[in-house]
Design a binder for this molecule. Structure first.
Ligand code: BGC
Length: 720
């Protein structure tokens, strides 16, 4: 794929530049193919090549490395041209995680070919020159130091070994600047800090502009929240998230090889007017596919927060958070959020790339790493986290109808099932690491808060395993593997029987009384059918007992509203969704959140941050609730993979007098919603040509719907 050699420099350099001159004839088409062990950015004749950032992205580098291709015909001139490639540590050899480990290699390197009319005319080697960069140091967590005043010393290029069989073409959209946000407010904090508020928590960087008479160093640091009006960075833990620029004269400045998760920027070294400062939002540039709007401003803000949570955490890989010394591909988080993400944006390419890394990093015995790319070396059979290997491909298949999500991952799924089986005793999973119902607030019987929630974690694993077995059986069937389908169906049935025997009494009482245990038993069909109604009533009562607040964690929350709504308690589901008190989705909004928090109590009612070091204000896991709104309130539901068939089921929710969602599915744009007007309710449904759709309005027979936009007017039931 690339003829060039991977080259780094002999000296110790966090960031460096390699350069080469080349000549082209008029009318030649010129392209550059490049990749790096680290991150890189190119300038051709002084102009930046392309608008991708943080290329080549993050993969399990020793197994797969993406190569980017750029058409640079418009940047070249006849005769001599000069290419300069800046290379930095990035994820490849920059410190990662809280313990700052170096995950892949020690030194960055770059590899590139320059092609004219398809033929390589120059490629990286030791004949290229190397020098220092004005980027003196850059790190994903710590930020970037740029100095335009220091001399740039020569360096010595050196070949770096890398197995080129791992090279693949870029698999998904690049990270780009997708929006520029002006300063909303300039703040002088009680401590005297000069802080600029962009009004939105986001992932990206800041751009600043200096005047001709400026000379000095500007220091920019970033934070998600203010506490007591002051700039607050404790929750970034060891991430310094600081950029410095030493410059003389006029310049437009922004970092190249880092990103921050922030709403506020603190500036030291000068007082710049707000017009000179802009936030650049950066993330994987996916196409927007879903939109949802209601008449409820607080709820609309929650929806925007969920979308912003996705934007802030789809930075080449699906991350937990974009701000602290983590930003890792936590598998449980994306497993919770995947379907919501797929409604909001076209995530096919992004997820395909990441799932390849999941397979690359799966352990030979089938265990799934807790973070992918796996830089922690932690892998096990955790409920929800490890089930990512079955549930995410299954969701993507449902959303997009693309069977390759299943065929690509089928072998990995089966391996994972055997890993779970190795952790079983008497047919039930009984060993291994578990995160449990992570960050649940159901601590009433606990001495002190624990992040694991109160629900028995092996019960949760067995519930999720039941679902995994069902998915593997279905997958085998869809792939035409009848024998395997039967085998996994058999495993599913046997396991379910064991579970029911172990966890339900003879009269149908569930052995655990947590909301999460009850919700997942209903959602995943663990409860014997004849006891379903009773358990649903118990769950409903349990929720009321807890003040109709959300206290469930990463496992309970994504399924909770379905467990209620699909079992006769739609109203309670809506009450939970729209509850404005602590803890709850709209509580966060009322506390000023512009993204979804990691914890229900990330910010306590008195405005103080949760004292735990692990506290992000931009975590998408609880944003997973939005799929419920698309599917059960607006009522846009796939009835077959890829929405060839759709079930349209708008359902008025108390507190939302108007709801309308549109989703650009692979089978066309489908819309649904309702609006309450004096004594009437008007449903609006939009069906694309070729989609086989059915409409179910509350209390009415299901009926086929033709393509086009329809409205249905119904009398509103009288309120008692
Ligand atoms: C991360 C997560 C993750 C969790 C594992 C945290 O540090 O931010 O969201 O899923 O650890 O329990």
């Amino acid at each position: 794929m690339l003829q060039g050699k991977f080259i780094g420099v002999k000296e110790d350099a966090n960031t460096f530049v390699v350069e080469q001159k080349f000549t082209v004839r008029k009318a030649e088409n010129v392209t550059i193919r490049a990749t790096a062990l680290g991150v890189y950015a190119m300038r051709l004749n002084g102009k930046r090549v392309g608008d991708a950032f943080l290329a080549p992205g993050w993969t399990s580098y020793n197994k797969m490395l993406q190569v980017q291709e750029y058409d640079v015909t418009v940047l070249v001139r006849e005769g001599e041209n000069q290419l300069a490639i800046a290379v930095s540590e990035g994820w490849y050899c920059g410190p990662l995680a809280w313990d700052r480990r170096l995950a892949y290699g020690k030194r960055p390197a770059v590899c590139a070919d320059i092609l004219a009319d398809g033929k390589v005319i120059s490629c990286t080697g030791t004949d290229w020159t190397a020098r220092e960069s004005y980027i003196r140091k850059s790190g994903i967590y710590d930020g970037e130091t740029q100095d335009f005043t220091a001399p740039l010393n020569k360096l010595t290029p050196a070949v770096v070994a890398y197995d080129k069989k791992n090279l693949v073409p870029q698999m998904c959209e690049p990270v780009q600047t997708t929006q520029r946000i002006p300063v909303k407010e300039v703040i002088r904090t009680p401590r005297g800090e000069l802080v600029y508020d962009f009004g939105q928590n986001l992932a990206g960087v800041a751009e600043i502009v200096t005047d001709a008479d400026f000379e000095g160093t500007l220091t920019l640091s970033f934070a998600e929240i203010l506490v007591k009006g002051n700039f607050y960075t404790d929750n970034l833990r060891s991430a310094k998230a600081t950029d410095t620029f030493t410059v003389k004269g006029e310049a437009i400045l922004s970092p190249e090889f880092t990103f921050h998760g922030f709403r506020y920027m603190k500036l030291e070294g000068a007082e710049l007017p707000p017009e000179k400062i802009t936030a650049l939002v950066r993330h994987t540039d996916m196409k927007r596919t879903g939109r949802l709007e209601t008449d409820n401003a607080l709820f609309n803000r929650l929806y925007e927060n969920v979308v912003w949570g996705q934007r802030g955490n789809f930075v080449d890989i699906p991350t937990d958070c974009p701000q602290r010394d983590e930003r890792l591909g936590w598998t449980g988080d994306i497993n919770a959020f995947c379907r919501t993400a797929a409604y909001n944006y076209d995530i096919r390419a992004f997820m395909k790339k990441w799932l390849k890394t999941v397979r690359d990093d799966q352990l030979p015995d089938g265990k799934i790493p807790h973070v992918v790319p796996d830089i922690l070396g932690w892998a096990d059979t955790d409920a929800m986290w490890s089930d990512v290997v079955t549930m995410v491909p299954w969701t993507l298949y449902q959303m997009y109808g693309d069977l390759s999500f299943l065929s690509d991952n089928y072998a990995a799924m089966k391996k994972f099932v055997s890993a779970r089986e190795n952790a079983m005793e008497d047919g039930l999973v009984a060993r291994g690491h578990e995160y449990g119902d992570w960050l649940a607030l159901d601590k009433e019987v606990m001495e002190q808060e624990s992040p694991f929630g109160r629900t028995d974690s092996y019960f949760l694993t067995n519930v999720l395993h039941s679902n995994t077995l069902k998915i593997v059986a279905e997958t085998a069937k869809l792939l035409g593997k009848e024998k395997a389908a039967k085998k996994y169906r058999g495993k599913y049935e046997a396991h379910l029987k064991k579970m029911r025997r172990a966890y339900f009494t003879q009269t149908g009482r569930l052995a655990f009384d947590t909301i999460t245990a009850q919700a997942v038993s209903l959602f995943f069909g663990i409860v014997p059918e004849k006891y379903r109604t009773k358990l649903a009533a118990t769950l409903n009562a349990n929720i009321k007992k807890h003040g109709t607040r959300v206290i469930t964690g990463f496992i309970g929350t994504p399924f909770l509203l379905y467990a209620l709504a699909d079992n006769g308690y739609f109203e309670t589901a809506c009450e939970l969704l729209l509850n404005e008190h602590f803890p709850g989705w709209l509580y966060e909004v009322k506390m000023g959140a512009t993204t979804v928090w990691e914890r229900w109590n990330s910010l306590l009612p008195d405005g103080t941050p949760n004292p735990d070091g692990m506290n992000s204000y931009n975590h998408y896991a609880y944003g997973s609730v939005m799929e419920f709104v698309y599917r059960r309130i607006a009522g846009i539901e796939a009835a077959s993979a890829g929405f060839e068939k759709a079930e349209i089921c708008p359902h008025p929710c108390k507190g939302l007098a108007r709801v309308y969602a549109e989703y650009e599915s692979v089978s066309g744009t489908v819309g649904a919603g309702y609006e309450q007007k004096e004594g009437e309710i008007v449903y609006t449904v939009k069906i694309p040509e070729g989609m086989q759709a059915y409409l179910s309005l509350p209390g009415e027979e299901r009926a086929p719907l033709s393509a086009g936009t329809h409205t249905f007017v119904r009398k509103l039931p009288q309120e008692e």
